[in-house]
Design a protein around this ligand. Structure first.
Ligand SMILES: [Zn+2]
Ligand SMILES: [Zn+2]
Ligand SMILES: [Zn+2]
Length: 490
């Protein structure tokens, strides 16, 4: 492969190592393993046989490749090119950890690929469209539906730009004279995202949980309510001054839950008070079946159970366990389901290197309170989306639906801006909770408030304590109640 066919003009801005290598493979009619052996680092060269692990094939880190060896063939520093693009894409996130932001499988634009071009911009998970053609990206072979790992690997590819199944992603026979055509970024918001890097005056700093951000939330600050801003004062106590912070945070968190809970019951669901009671205490009339479940009651009761991780949906739900008065030096949140994410936020805000130069205790508390209030309310709103179906079927959501209820539509980020004169500020930006009030008033429910009075509780325990003359009748009732509960078991 000494006199390899290559022109460095074939490498385009932001291009990924994947399409650069595919072009090289095409032009020189070689196999991927030959390329890996030729351009690999010493470690790869030492490996005998053909089994070379995926970490040496990675096209994001290029860990298995040697910059000088690549340069010998391609007259370019591919490691540097790749690093530069990664840095441009991650800069607005002040993020070091590239791994989570780039797709593990190939995502490409069909029109770009016709020019032999694939970009790390396509791999960047916050973008879902091609910035050059403004069309959705493809992430599996159109013929066999296999995903292509983002590796220099034969596992799902045969010839250059060709799937194992024979599907040709791009026919190069007439196209390779176009390898040096330049493409222009058409999407202005993506242009702004990448361009921001050159503008050293404008420093956007974000505090976020990776799984809860998308490009929209980050690039579109117009949704923001101006009053959702926290102003840091230099006189505020800083982190090191005393260490009751964790204790304060968990106390605040309980308070946040209580306010959200109260807001739901008193402001949003007050018309459904009786419905909630009926479901929660499993009220019904003697000799009759349970009445249809009200969707609002369904959403509320299961929201509370799943948020607080309670063993069952029915019975006396005090909500919170008694808070222990003693100081507990760990990060305690009322909702285990969101604890990990809030901990991430806490760590990011407090640990070095950090976004805020001088984080104050007040700021940290505000961030966690704001995020947990948003999460808890959003979670209710997600329950409400499913509630009509769940109530109609008298059934708890299945696993995948529950996963959706926990995760879908959660989008928020904190924007931090420094201002030595006015004082630095933190702004909470979210995707606005869907219109809860409207949703609730659209739900049809036969309120039947007065009926509760003629009902009594039929929870499994209550039933087991009822005295019946007819044991068979009691047995039947128990079976009925057990089945009802089993279907509604989270
Ligand atoms: Zn494209
Ligand atoms: Zn295929
Ligand atoms: Zn109702």
């Amino acid at each position: 492969m000494m006199g390899a066919i290559w022109r460095k003009e074939w490498i385009m801005p932001y291009e990924s190592a994947w399409s650069i290598f595919e072009k090289f493979i095409y032009a020189n009619v070689i196999e991927r393993k030959e390329l890996l052996k030729a351009m690999g680092n010493e470690h790869v060269k030492k490996i005998k046989g053909t089994h070379i692990g995926n970490r040496f094939r990675d096209l994001l880190t290029l860990n298995g490749f040697d910059a000088q060896n690549i340069h010998n063939y391609m007259k370019c520093n591919l490691h540097q090119i790749t690093r530069d693009t990664i840095q441009k894409l991650l800069h607005p996130l002040s993020e070091e950890n590239a791994d989570i932001w780039f797709s593990k499988s190939l995502r490409w634009c069909n029109d770009c690929l016709q020019f032999g071009y694939h970009s790390l911009i396509h791999q960047f998970v916050l973008f879902n469209t091609c910035p050059f053609h403004c069309q959705p990206l493809i992430n599996f072979c159109p013929k066999c539906h296999t995903e292509i790992p983002f590796l220099l690997s034969d596992i799902s590819l045969s010839d250059a730009f060709t799937c194992k199944c024979g599907y040709v992603f791009a026919d190069m026979s007439t196209r390779w004279e176009k390898w040096n055509s330049t493409l222009e970024i058409l999407d202005p918001s993506i242009m702004g995202w990448i361009g921001e890097y050159d503008n050293t005056l404008k420093k956007d700093k974000w505090l976020y949980i990776p799984k809860y951000v998308d490009f929209q939330t980050l690039s579109n600050r117009v949704f923001t309510q101006q009053n959702n801003v926290y102003r840091l004062r230099p006189s505020d106590s800083t982190l090191n001054s005393d260490d009751n912070l964790l204790h304060d945070i968990s106390k605040n968190n309980r308070q946040i839950f209580k306010s959200v809970d109260k807001y739901l019951r008193k402001k949003l669901l007050y018309k459904h008070k009786a419905c909630i009671k009926r479901l929660q205490y499993m009220l019904k009339r003697d000799g009759e079946n349970f009445l249809p479940i009200c969707p609002c009651a369904y959403a509320y009761v299961f929201w509370k159970q799943s948020l607080l991780d309670l063993p069952q949906f029915y019975g006396t739900v005090n909500g919170l366990q008694k808070g222990r008065g003693s100081y507990k030096p760990d990060f305690h949140m009322v909702a285990p389901i969101f604890k990990e994410q809030l901990k991430q936020l806490f760590d990011k805000a407090t640990k070095v290197p950090r976004i805020m130069e001088e984080p104050t205790k007040g700021a940290i508390k505000w961030i966690l309170n704001t995020a947990s209030a948003y999460l808890y309310l959003r979670f209710f709103s997600n329950w409400l989306e499913f509630a009509e179906e769940g109530a109609r079927l008298e059934q708890a959501p299945r696993k995948d639906m529950f996963h959706k209820i926990v995760n879908s539509g959660i989008r928020f980020v904190f924007h931090y801006s420094e201002d030595p004169i006015e004082g630095s500020t933190i702004q909470f930006i979210d995707n606005k909770n869907s219109l809860l009030k409207e949703k609730i008033s659209s739900i049809k429910c036969k309120k039947m408030r007065s009926m509760n009075r003629q009902m009594r509780s039929f929870t499994p325990i209550a039933v087991s304590m009822m005295s019946f003359d007819d044991r068979q009748l009691k047995k039947e009732l128990q079976v009925y109640v057990d089945q009802y509960v089993a279907k509604l078991c989270l």
